[in-house]
Design a protein around this ligand. Sequence first.
Ligand SMILES: [Mg+2]
Length: 238
Amino acid sequence: MTLRIGVDVDGVLADFRSAFRATATRVLRREVDERQESPQADDGLVPSDVRRVWQHIANAQNWWMEVEPYEPEQIARFYSLARAGSWEVFFLTRRPPSAGDSVQFQTQWWIERFGFYLPAVLTVPGSRGDVANGLRLDLLLDDQLINCVEVVSATPTKAVLMLRGNDAAARDHAIDRGVGVVSTLSEAVTVIERLHDVLPQRRGRLLRLADWFTGHTEVHTLPQNPRTVRPVPPFKKP
Ligand SMILES: [Mg+2]
């Protein structure tokens, strides 16, 4: 059985908030602290400021490459476990375009930089419920409660909310709606490992009976890092 996992990028792997704030500080030429991010705040970013920052991002070359990861070593750990467990992982993002390469390519390059090779990145502006259904996801990992709630209420997909920080009210709110809650990528990857262990049992007996009769077969997998061994065109003439 193949576990199918959807992973949101910003807020889960990538620290978009800090990168946006750093860009806002440069563009607006004043300090922008965290509590000023709300457009409603009197002393914060008003909608016209937010528009200026987004306009700057739209014109910046490969701006998405500037975003820092939260836990880079966990991206590599996730890759190793995904390879070992034959999981199918889809990275999902609604990032608007910046100048330079496509959002998809920038995001693929960025993820691979931390050791998750050949990442499948889907730039999907629409509903996460539709995506979860279309991709037959077993699990969605997302930092937006609204996405998680949409997925658990409209699909059989499980959802895990990435809640960095101590917002007890948001945690309770998510749990009440049947959404799992984690506070780090490390914890999220451990939850996925656990799901990998329990899901086949939940999917009925047939699979286990089939395993019983199949016996042991040796599994051959491709190298851990495809970049070291796989030549790319143009190939040199012998
Ligand atoms: Mg997000």
